[in-house]
Design a protein around this ligand. Structure first.
Ligand code: ADP
Length: 256
């Protein structure tokens, strides 16, 4: 009955057609993005596999006469296998981000930050300084928030010298807590800044300095931030290094 009424009304048919086309376009965009993702992921995995196979062949052909090739080839195989393992773990993490149902609860932000920083102090060589005291609670998903902080602190240590300092600062506004993670490292060029949240993107400095990475950390992080209605931005740290800013709403109705 109601369908007939809709079909009888040209204005509603017109509106429905527009709505339908919009959904179809979105679906097409998603399919295109997924295809691109599978193609990029396959490409990233192909490179280490080719390296491993090449070195296995080298050992098979030459090890009998030249046993000195063995240790170097094995080392190469180990490095490339580690790379593949990291990549697969990151790919799995990325595929899971959207699937889990997020539980939001009210938590004291200061305790979460302190707990995460204490955890990271065991893994990071640089000292981590915590600045600013907030007494507020936020309504958020704790796991996502902690994962975001872990990745940003981990990146800060990866891309800055061992004798420099990482600073985690919190500032409170009426509706949000702003958490900044600042380092005194390589910094990020403006050109790279535009792409670092893209999947598989690695900055020029990161590639040139041979710092290991998959280019997936910030893609996962920015997706996690969106899901808790937080805004993640990157700026320069003065006088040197990089600063990531996470704008975290105190209540989940506040979207940015
Ligand atoms: P990965 O670190 O595995 O390359 P990410 O997605 O975590 O991947 O980061 C993407 C790129 O952003 C890095 O390759 C690097 O160029 C840049 N980057 C991220 N964090 C920092 C930082 N704290 N300092 C300098 N560059 C950074």
């Amino acid at each position: 009955q109601s369908n007939l009424t809709v079909a009888d009304n040209p204005k509603e048919v017109h509106d429905l057609t527009i709505e339908f086309n919009k959904l179809l376009n979105e679906l097409n965009e998603n399919i295109k993005r997924d295809r691109q993702f599978i193609s990029d992921a396959s490409h990233e995995l192909r490179t280490p596999i080719a390296g491993i196979k090449g070195n296995v062949k080298l050992i098979q052909r030459r090890a009998a006469e030249h046993p000195e090739v063995i240790p170097e080839s094995l080392k190469y195989i180990e490095t490339e296998s580690d790379k593949m393992q990291r990549l697969i773990e990151s790919l799995l993490a990325l595929s899971k981000v959207d699937k889990v149902e997020l539980e939001f609860k009210e938590v004291p932000i200061l305790a979460i930050i302190n707990e995460t920083v204490d955890l990271m102090r065991q893994q990071v060589t640089q000292p981590i300084k915590v600045e600013g005291i907030t007494t507020s609670n936020v309504v958020t998903n704790v796991n996502n928030l902690q994962q975001i902080l872990v990745t940003l602190i981990d990146n800060a240590q990866k891309y800055s010298p061992k004798n420099s300092t990482i600073t985690v600062q919190q500032v409170e506004t009426a509706n949000a807590i702003i958490i900044t993670i600042a380092d005194q490292g390589l910094g990020i060029s403006d050109e790279d800044k535009a792409h670092i949240f893209d999947r598989f993107y690695r900055g020029k400095e990161a590639r040139d300095t041979k710092i290991e990475g998959t280019g997936l950390g910030l893609a996962i992080t920015s997706r996690m931030a969106k899901l808790i209605y937080a805004n993640l931005e990157v700026t320069d740290n003065t006088p040197q290094g990089t600063k990531f800013m996470l704008l975290l709403p105190k209540h989940i109705s506040e979207k940015f």
